[in-house]
Design a protein around this ligand. Structure first.
Ligand SMILES: Cc1cc2nc3c(=O)[nH]c(=O)nc-3n(C[C@H](O)[C@H](O)[C@H](O)COP(=O)(O)OP(=O)(O)OC[C@H]3O[C@@H](n4cnc5c(N)ncnc54)[C@H](O)[C@@H]3O)c2cc1C
Length: 379
């Protein structure tokens, strides 16, 4: 049986980031990953600047294209453009992007065990024994970074009924030269490309990543909507298409983030932004925060749990709760959405771009802000 101080389950951006920071603090860490790396991850691969600027190393080598400008459309009549000096969104393929973070963690001494699925957790003599497809692992702390369907969270006793998962489709499409040239000039979001959601078209090096997300709830017609969106983009010829679907958690868990030395981060905790479904930056941030909490607590389990819980409650939770309220208002009614975008679309796009850039956060007291907005538009 192998022993570690921390076992991180999952090698996505949250897990790899946690492992990187733990190793940097001199903590003996292993990553357990069920796939063989590098692995494909269903994702648009839009990495916003608030995440990129806080990376502890340069990620340029795995960025396909950077966009300093984004285009938001609603139907044929509304179009808003925002522009910044630094890249608002860096487009990546998740296999190479995630692998870069894993490699950086490995350089610092993290052990990576691939093809290693976690099957069960047991508390034995105050330590956690993890049964995996590659044998038993013993550890003091477990970090569940195993994504939206987190089995580790279930094994550790979290309930599934406190969160909302939404379906999202992402197709990797090769199109003809003319369509690629036309569509690779911009990174576009199409509000209402699907009911209560949006479509996106993200150009990669030599293909397009096109997808749709139904933000408020499961919608069985999502495949039809995606087909309609591809038509709407005016794509004449599809040379190849890979269709993928997955879910995104758009509400954080409400039954805590730590139980019995198991810490939740990233999608396992439900840290994707409810309004935009953007999850990479908070996944990476939560990985850093959990590592700092464990390092600061110097082996004291209760202290580590308290530091992590407090920092999440003080920083990420108020933002996520505000974003949840905004998502309800925004996607809840097409009439309201149209009214808001028609009258304040540019202002709204600028505010969202500032959030993507990490230059502002969602307002904490949203109810007060909405009242102010009704008087004179503040957000
Ligand atoms: C269609 C779609 C488009 C998206 N587009 C964007 C976007 O453009 N920008 C953005 O910021 N976010 C986007 N997201 C959200 C983003 O992909 C997630 O928020 C992000 O991947 C969360 O990272 P994570 O590390 O928490 O989990 P993941 O990246 O899901 O990593 C979890 C890892 O755990 C492993 N694992 C799972 N179970 C086990 C087990 N039992 N044992 C061992 N290993 C296990 C998995 O193999 C995986 O490698 C999108 C999501 C979807 C579905």
């Amino acid at each position: 049986m192998k022993n570690y101080q921390v076992a991180v389950v999952g090698s996505g951006p949250s897990g790899a980031s946690a492992a990187f920071h733990l190793a940097k603090a001199g903590i003996k860490t292993v990553i357990l990953e069920k796939e063989i790396l590098p692995r494909y991850k269903v994702c648009g691969g839009g990495f916003v600047y608030r995440g990129r600027k806080n990376m502890p190393f340069d990620v340029s080598e795995v960025v396909d294209i950077e966009f300093n400008k984004i285009d938001v459309y609603m139907g044929d009549d509304l179009h808003f453009v925002t522009e910044r000096e630094n890249p608002i969104v860096s487009l990546v393929m998740r296999d190479t992007f995630d692998q870069l973070i894993v490699n950086k963690a490995k350089e610092l001494g993290v052990e990576i065990i691939e093809d290693c699925k976690v099957k069960s957790l047991n508390k034995v003599d105050g330590l956690v024994e993890i049964e995996t497809t590659q044998g038993l692992i013993k550890t003091q702390f477990v970090i569940a970074a195993d994504g939206v369907y987190s089995q580790v969270a279930k094994m550790a006793g979290w309930k599934e009924d406190t969160r909302t998962l939404i379906p999202a489709l992402e197709y990797e499409i090769e199109v003809n030269q003319a369509d690629f040239e036309r569509l690779s000039k911009e990174i576009r979001f199409d509000i209402d490309a699907i009911p209560a959601g949006y479509g996106w078209c993200f150009p990669k090096k030599n293909h397009l990543s096109i997808g749709v997300g139904a933000i408020l709830k499961d919608d069985k017609k999502i495949k039809e909507y995606c087909a309609d969106y591809i038509k709407f983009l005016g794509i004449e010829e599809i040379l190849s298409i890979e269709k993928h679907g997955y879910q995104i958690p758009v509400t954080p868990r409400l039954d805590g983030f730590v139980k019995e030395n198991v810490f939740l981060i990233g999608d396992a905790a439900g840290f994707a932004d409810p309004l935009t479904a953007e999850g990479i930056s908070n996944a990476i941030l939560s990985g850093k925060l959990v590592a700092e909490a464990i390092a600061q607590a110097k082996g004291d389990e209760e202290k580590a749990a308290k530091i992590y819980t407090d920092i999440i409650e003080d920083t990420l939770m108020p933002e996520l709760l505000t974003s949840m309220k905004l998502a309800k208002v925004f996607y809840g009614s097409k009439i309201v959405r149209k009214f808001l975008l028609k009258n304040y679309g540019q202002h709204f796009s600028e505010a969202m771009t500032d959030i993507f850039m990490g230059e502002r956060t969602y307002p904490k007291d949203i109810n007060k802000k909405i009242k102010e907005k009704l008087k004179g538009l503040v957000f």
